[in-house]
Design a protein around this ligand. Sequence first.
Ligand code: ZN
Length: 74
Amino acid sequence: MAYLQPTTLTCPTCQFSAQIKVVVGIGPGSNRGDIPYERYKSAPPFTEGENGQLLCLHDGTVVWTNTAARKAPE
Ligand SMILES: [Zn+2]
């Protein structure tokens, strides 16, 4: 199960702001309350960095980092 979520990212350094779409979803075998993963769907206008990061096109500041799904806290 996954869905697209429009997300506005703002650079803390230069205040550049743009909207991207983020894929939000949980893997198979997940349980109610588990925290979904969040991954960007496409990078533009931001620049793709390493390890699932998006960088500001002006100054390279990290504005997004993909996150993995996690189990619900016990
Ligand atoms: Zn910036």
